[in-house]
Design a protein around this ligand. Structure first.
Ligand SMILES: [Zn+2]
Ligand SMILES: [Zn+2]
Length: 740
């Protein structure tokens, strides 16, 4: 007989990643038991450390199984296995967390949608948490939004106000239970509760506030609902009148409203989904996915007027499931904020700010420590494109190719996010918003402090935008004893794309967006750069054009239309019979033309976003917008993608190359006069950009030998361009780097 004892070997397995607070230790405990292994597991500064001993084949199977069967929300970044002397353990145990200091650099999980186990319990009448709106376990529930401090332990979360009842405590203490160390663990007896309130904040006595809310929604009321990362304003998505009221109260005329539907089948009744979109909708992050709308459905027109797409998501909290099951095709779930301000997270703030918009409030008493908007993504070419990276993704870091100092990057002005780095990790914040009002600035400051605290990062370097007046730049300038580095906006775009792809060698960068402050003080946005992480050369850009009224030209694309017409035709543009001239008064056109000619309040721009605006106005598609990028989005949706023609284009070689816009504008005007349809013109315009920049990239490659090309900037949310550029550049042999 073989001596069993002498066959024993021992290994140490160190695992880094998101492995704390996600059910990892109970998983390992059970896996070790299943493989008849002894030893221990403990949390460490950057993950977990496991010591196992037993038969070699069992240890091998144990190690092989970990990455395959890990808990759904755990993320393993590194796994190191090393030999150890046998110590003679007779059991496997979970060691309790050590002191504060040791657990600092571990990764914090994002907020995760309710898991299937909890969902079955939620609707199981025999379960003690039947219909409990805050059911959760180690595989699901709130994380990032309820953490105040590290380590991730109940006393440092919003759950500190709730003392667990004996039954919950027993689950929490049992390594074999799904709720072992689930910090938000709770039940009807001991946990958070919902309550219904009037628009003035007075509590309404209701036996079942959720049922009452469903009735109110059915009756067309607007309800402010406290969620995971902030408040939503909800109405029945089939009720056009209710949506009209919501739009009026929110001063939101056209911007599409997000929908939440109970399940994939429900979504398919009003939207077309492909397999990849379904997968992303069902992922634990549960983002809003922008999908193609069905032409006819029961969803009210006003949800997304004049728009072929809808933003949809699945429920992600137990409360959402209770509201939606069996009751609605979908609910409009738009962020609970005054327009342009951050969403409300505290009950008091919500009563104050949303009282004028909501008829009722469905609130709860679990605090949200850090606001996190719903994330928004698009799916193209099997790639998930982040339009707004927030809840469900933050604070998972981007892993960099090499280690860096601790840096705080302050972001730009519009759609601000901040970033902190540590080692080879870059932590992007959730969406902060447009930094143009005091409450967004306050959120910006709070996010910097909070993220530094929970990530234990104390940067000595601050990176900021070059624009001297941006609030984020002003903040950076005011910080004492820090090294400050000004970064050009489009350089930052290209390097962020390189970082995501772990590339540090120079690339050609196509940076296309609406606005970024250039080194010459002009507003850039149609840029071809030669970039590496430390520096860049501006190789080419769209030729400069005045932007009459500065930011007013963003809201009123017709102003850009006039500017391009003047540039291409001089004063003779007035002789053309363009649809714009039927709509915009002559006197206004004269004023704008004067501003352009005399360069009064008309900064120069090379922005591709503005070119889209100008063309949209010239063809009569859109003269005014209610959000930036709206005109470009409508051109994308209008474009006939079967068109293969292009407009003429040219550029002037030099340093940098100037891309002449005139032939394109002249071609568009000719088509409008010849009654060529809008879809055809939009199709040709998209094709032109793809041809132009692909050819130009080829010329640049000839000169400098670079074959890698990075695509970045808001314009690439346009799927025709994203797919078109990916295909055409790859077709010319380029290695194309994209954001993922
Ligand atoms: Zn769960
Ligand atoms: Zn309990």
């Amino acid at each position: 007989m073989r001596d069993k004892k002498s066959d024993r070997v021992a290994k140490k397995v160190k695992i880094n990643g998101i492995v704390q607070g996600v059910g990892f230790r109970p998983f390992i405990f059970q896996l070790a038991a299943g493989n008849r292994l002894c030893g221990k597991i403990e949390n460490t500064a950057d993950g977990v450390s496991i010591f196992v001993e037993g038969a070699p084949e069992n240890i091998e199977s144990f190690c092989r199984t970990i990455p395959v069967k890990k808990p759904p929300i755990a993320q393993i970044t590194h796994m190191f296995i090393s030999d150890e002397p046998v110590r003679g353990y007779s059991t496997f145990s979970i060691q309790s967390s050590k002191g504060h200091q040791e657990l600092k650099s571990t990764l914090i999980s994002p907020d995760i949608s309710i898991c299937n186990d909890c969902l079955s319990e939620l609707f199981d009448p025999a379960n003690r948490r039947f219909h409990y709106p805050f059911i959760n376990c180690t595989n699901c529930g709130p994380r990032y939004t309820i953490i105040d401090h590290i380590p991730y332990d109940r006393p440092y979360t919003a759950m500190k106000h709730f003392q667990m009842c004996p039954e919950c405590q027993e689950e929490y203490d049992d390594p074999l239970d799904r709720r072992f160390h689930a910090q938000p663990n709770a039940c009807f007896r001991c946990g958070p509760m919902v309550s219904l309130h009037t628009d003035k904040g007075e509590k309404i006595e209701a036996e079942n506030p959720i049922q009452k809310t469903i009735e109110l929604l059915k009756a067309g009321k607007i309800i402010a609902i406290k969620g995971l990362g902030g408040f939503h304003l909800a109405v029945d998505a089939e009720n056009n009148n209710a949506i009209a009221r919501l739009r009026r109260k929110k001063y939101r005329e056209e911007k599409p409203l997000a929908l939440m539907a109970h399940d994939i089948e429900k979504i398919k009744e009003f939207a077309e989904l492909d397999a990849e979109e379904e997968k992303v909708l069902l992922s634990p992050a549960r983002p809003i996915v922008i999908v193609k709308k069905r032409p006819r459905s029961s969803i009210a027109k006003l949800v997304a007027p004049e728009n072929q797409y809808l933003g949809v998501m699945l429920p992600y909290t137990p409360l959402h499931y209770l509201l939606l099951s069996h009751h609605f095709s979908a609910l409009v779930m738009t962020s609970g904020n005054k327009s342009e301000e951050p969403i409300s997270i505290s009950n008091q703030d919500a009563f104050q700010k949303l009282g004028a918009m909501a008829d009722f409030f469905l609130i709860h008493n679990r605090d949200i420590y850090l606001r996190s908007d719903d994330s928004i993504v698009r799916v193209a070419n099997q790639t998930t494109l982040q339009v707004r990276r927030s809840r469900g993704y933050v604070p998972v870091p981007i892993f960099l190719g090499s280690r860096t100092e601790e840096v705080l990057a302050c972001g730009a002005e519009l759609k601000n996010t901040i970033c902190l780095t540590r080692g080879n990790q870059a932590f992007l914040s959730q969406h902060i918003g447009d930094m143009e009002n005091p409450s967004t600035e306050a959120f910006f400051l709070k996010t910097i402090t909070h993220m530094q605290q929970i990530l234990d990062i104390h940067p000595s370097v601050i990176a900021h935008d070059l624009h001297p007046d941006y609030l984020s730049t002003v903040y950076a300038a005011a910080q004492k004893n820090k090294q400050k580095i000004g970064v050009q906006h489009h350089h930052a775009h290209i390097v962020s794309c390189m970082a995501e792809n772990k590339i540090e060698e120079p690339v050609i960068g196509l940076a296309f967006d609406g606005t970024g402050y250039g080194t010459d003080g002009a507003i850039w946005g149609g840029e071809v750069l030669l970039a590496d992480p430390g520096k860049f050369d501006r190789i080419a850009h769209l030729s400069y054009i005045p932007m009459p009224g500065s930011t007013a030209a963003i809201r009123e694309p017709w102003r850009m239309g006039i500017s391009y017409l003047l540039d291409s035709f001089g004063e003779t543009f007035r002789e053309f019979n363009l649809p714009m001239f039927q709509v915009i008064e002559d006197s206004k056109i004269n004023t704008i033309a004067r501003m352009v000619s005399n360069r009064i309040n008309a900064p120069m721009t090379s922005s591709l976003g503005r070119l889209f605006d100008g063309i949209a106005a010239i063809i009569g598609l859109r003269y005014r917008v209610s959000f930036e990028g709206q005109a470009a989005m409508e051109m994308e949706m209008t474009a006939d993608q079967s068109i293969e023609e292009i407009y003429e284009y040219s550029w002037l070689e030099g340093s940098p190359f100037q891309i002449d816009i005139k032939p394109i504008v002249q071609g568009v005007v000719r088509d409008v006069i010849n009654h060529i349809s809008q879809p055809a013109i939009c199709g040709k315009f998209h094709n032109t950009l793809i041809h132009l920049f692909t050819e130009l990239s080829g010329v640049i490659r000839e000169k400098n030998g670079l074959n890698r090309i990075a695509l970045s900037g808001g314009v690439f949310q346009n799927q025709i361009l994203f797919k078109g550029f990916s295909r055409s550049l790859a077709g010319k042999g380029f290695e194309v780097l994209r954001h993922s």
